[in-house]
Design a protein around this ligand. Structure first.
Ligand code: 6GU
Length: 251
């Protein structure tokens, strides 16, 4: 996977990505990363990349030409028109399914906006995907680009040590991950759940599955609707809801 990031803050991207698991994957050659400074493609006296919006309004916009030239330098070098993801709160909300799909690409370009946005004409010309990472506002697209690259990276074969953890973690089957415990057996008076010490693999698996369902029901009922549970498990969900309702009514 080759990541190319168009940004006004290349050092932010390089510092963030050359750390931890993504850093190791870059060192191994499983990923490559370049951060292209859009300012290097502003061929005016002060390397200015922003200007006022026509029609008025708050703030400045990134101009079309430097963004286009920075993009074109990548497209020319790799010899194709790559997929270009523009990070914007106006985009489609990022999820695990999108991460899996984007991980199949050989090259991905991320376009990070700043100020109030980017001239619409260059977006029309180069952007293939507009993506948001959630319903809150950030100062620029760099953190969202890093969020996306991190989650896409872990879908690339060889990036994770334990290859199965790519799919068994949260959101596999639209269920959240169960709680986990390590040594010591008791900490601050809290004991590790007995079943996990039992060595009874079937009971452990059953307990974990129940915990996943419980957590998903509590924190992400929207996800649980899409989860594929057995009839027995749907009954368990119904029983939990009934129990909680009764507890609430008895208060
Ligand atoms: Cl992709 N960009 C910005 N600036 N803010 C965001 C976002 C993206 N996703 C959520 N908030």
């Amino acid at each position: 996977m080759n990541f190319h990031v168009l940004t006004l803050f290349p050092e932010m991207i390089l510092q963030g990505m050359n750390t931890s698991i993504t850093g190791r994957a870059i060192a191994k050659g499983l990923l490559s990363l370049e951060a292209v400074n859009i300012r290097d493609f502003a061929f005016n006296k002060h390397q200015k990349v922003d200007d006022y919006p026509y029609g008025g309004g708050a703030g400045m916009l990134m101009q079309a030409e430097p963004v286009y030239l920075a993009y074109a330098s990548i497209a020319e070098r790799i010899g194709k028109k790559p997929r270009v993801v523009y990070l914007t709160p106006q985009g489609k909300v990022f999820n695990q399914e999108m991460a899996r799909e984007l991980a199949l690409e050989e090259d991905l370009v991320f376009l990070c906006g700043h100020y109030e946005g980017i001239d619409e004409r260059v977006l029309e010309e180069i952007v293939t995907d507009q993506v948001s990472i959630g319903d809150y506002v950030l100062t620029g697209g760099e953190l969202p680009a890093m969020v996306m690259m991190d989650s896409i990276s872990r879908m690339v074969p060889g990036v994770l040590n334990n290859q199965e953890s790519g799919e068994t973690e949260s959101f596999a089957g639209n269920l959240l991950e169960y709680p986990q415990y390590s040594r010591p057996e008791e900490w601050h008076g809290k004991k590790v759940p007995e079943v996990l010490l039992s060595g009874h693999h079937e009971n452990v698996a059953k307990w974990r599955r129940e915990q996943s369902i419980l957590r998903t029901l509590k924190n992400r009922p929207d996800l649980l609707k899409k989860a594929d549970l057995t009839n027995k498990e749907w009954n368990y969900v119904r029983q939990l809801k009934k129990q909680w309702k009764e507890e609430e009514e008895s208060l």
